[in-house]
Ligand binder design. Structure first.
Ligand SMILES: Nc1ncnc2c1ncn2[C@@H]1O[C@H](COP(=O)(O)OP(=O)(O)OP(=O)(O)O)[C@@H](O)[C@H]1O
Length: 502
């Protein structure tokens, strides 16, 4: 029997940016009815390979094939015609357009040359239903949370009825429920003969969903094999080229009785009537289903959105910071979840981004020592595994490496409280380990970390306490001995809602 031709393949492709090779002689073949994992550390070249497969970039050498035939001039338009749809890691939606308009963009149904709104509504609704997106189609995408926007992005790909579906870290901003909806859907699409390419840093998902894996390391392919007979540790070994250590550090509790921040009857955004003490020396987790108000808690404490409180003590002083500069001056630092929009100035260099909070602290006339900056930035880059020239614009970094810069930039600032909004989203397993170590060391030095995370194991293994938020209230405060994934999830979903003094 003849083997089926892959629906989409790359044969010995290579790609360089400004003379730096990013992919070397890489091949991958996507077969119908198979979920194919593409793994590799941050910056390994995964997104670049996707861009070649989908025609967003042209290879310098090698070929892209559709149905076994080379495509000399692969382009996004050709890819769309050939039924190749990509769900990008960084969302490509337009905030001011509605859900339906975003989903149909570039492929609107037409009738007598005019946009056929009723048909668009029917088809967009069908795509939304597939991913469990029940918001009104007329809602502007800008009003949706990151997780829901991700679902719109997936619906947009499904609207095009693809034969090949490429997903770049689709679950990194999804809740557990949304992830389940997506994985069930992918399982079904696979059954219908669609070829799926799945990039993820979440290895348990990969093990559960995929049948085949390609591993990239520094732009070369180090494995192309079935997933049978391997486990998550085996995958990490393939990615990093050595035996992995434990993901979570062993740590001793270092929380003191002193509070870095203490608020009573605090309300901000969706959060209502919160009593919370954040102790020096602790990592305090914030868990719960996505969009329950957790982000508003962080932003309110940081002075970035209006907040009301009966009493607040921040670093021994009375009152909340009245804005971000005040918060920074008090030693509060915030790392946002959406690094592209809020975390970095993408057109500026990596060094500039790393040094930005430090510039803000310098008196206007004080000269900056460029050499000292460079040394500090190099030290941070080495610590977090950011390779290459630090004078490149931040937009030339891979997604995971951008996230690392968004975190690293605060370190020279020596903050007292780090407010982190999903800091390991899209970060590879080795760097996660570094970040975890960094956070525990930070707490051990008598500082406080507030870690809002969608990664429940991270909350369980890293935190002294976890505040679980539901519908704008802290409904449980779980302490180390009582911390488990089940405890967090059941508190997050629990029917009973009560105010917890924390
Ligand atoms: N437009 C560009 N200009 C210059 N360099 C780039 C560009 N796009 C990507 N690179 C570089 O190519 C390398 C591979 O990046 P890529 O985004 O493909 O990695 P990745 O494996 O997807 O990483 P991540 O897991 O962090 O998303 C990185 O070193 C990145 O800095």
């Amino acid at each position: 029997m003849l083997a089926t031709a892959p629906l989409l393949a790359a044969r010995g492709v290579s790609k360089s940016f400004f003379g730096n090779p990013v992919l070397r002689d890489v091949s991958i073949a996507l077969q119908p009815g198979r979920v194919h994992a593409l793994l590799g550390e941050n910056g390994a070249g995964k997104s670049t390979l996707i861009n070649l497969l989908s025609g967003a970039l042209r290879p310098d050498g090698g070929a892209i094939e559709v149905d076994g035939r080379p495509v000399p001039r692969m382009s996004p338009a050709y890819a769309q015609q050939a039924g190749i749809a990509v769900v990008q890691q960084e969302l490509s939606l337009t905030a001011s357009l509605s859900i339906a308009e975003n989903i149909g963009l570039g492929a609107y149904p037409r009738r007598f040359g005019l946009l056929d709104y009723p048909e668009l509504a029917v088809r967009a609704r069908a795509a939304c239903d597939l991913v469990g997106l029940h918001e009104p189609l007329s809602m502007p995408v800008g009003q949706l949370s990151l997780g829901r926007r991700q679902m719109v992005e997936i619906a947009k790909a499904l609207y095009r009825r693809p034969r090949v579906l490429i997903l770049d870290e689709p679950t990194s901003s999804l809740s557990a429920n949304e992830t389940k909806v997506l994985t069930d859907l992918l399982e079904r699409l696979r059954g219908e003969g669609i070829a799926i390419l799945y990039i993820s840093h979440r290895l348990n998902e990969v093990m559960a969903l995929c049948q085949h894996v390609t591993v990239l390391k520094d732009g070369t392919c180090t494995a192309d094999r079935t997933l049978e007979g391997t486990d998550a540790r085996g995958l990490v070994r393939l990615m990093v080229g050595r035996d992995p250590g434990d993901l979570f550090p062993h740590w001793q509790p270092s929380a003191s009785a002193a509070n870095a921040i203490s608020v009573r009857n605090f309300s901000a955004g969706l959060m209502r009537d919160v009593d919370l003490d954040i102790r020096t020396g602790e990592v305090l987790g914030i868990g719960g289903l996505v969009g329950q108000g957790q982000e508003d808690l962080l932003l309110g404490l940081y002075g970035a959105i209006p907040a009301r409180t009966a009493s607040a003590i921040v670093k021994g002083a009375s009152g909340l910071p009245s804005g971000v500069p005040k918060a920074n001056a008090l030693g509060l630092a915030y790392v946002p979840a959406d690094r592209k929009r809020e975390g970095l100035h993408l057109i500026h260099s990596i060094i500039t981004n790393m040094m930005l909070p430090t510039f803000a602290r310098l008196p206007a006339l004080k000269l900056r020592s460029r050499r000292a900056e460079r040394e500090t930035a190099r030290g941070l880059a080495a610590q977090l595994g950011i390779k290459g020239d630090l004078d490149r614009p931040a937009q030339a970094l891979s997604g995971g490496n951008q996230q690392k810069v968004a975190l690293a930039k605060w370190m020279p600032h020596d903050p007292l409280v780090l407010l982190l909004n999903d800091p390991t989203r899209g970060v590879d397993v080795e760097t996660k380990r570094e970040i975890y170590m960094m956070l525990r060391n930070f707490a051990a030095a008598g500082k406080a970390v507030v870690l809002l995370s969608s990664d429940t194991p991270e909350l369980v293994h890293l935190c002294d306490r976890v505040a679980v938020v539901r519908e704008g209230h802290i409904v449980a405060m779980l302490k180390r001995g009582a911390l488990s994934e089940e405890a967090i999830v059941s508190a997050a979903m629990g029917a009973e809602q009560r105010k917890v003094a924390a």
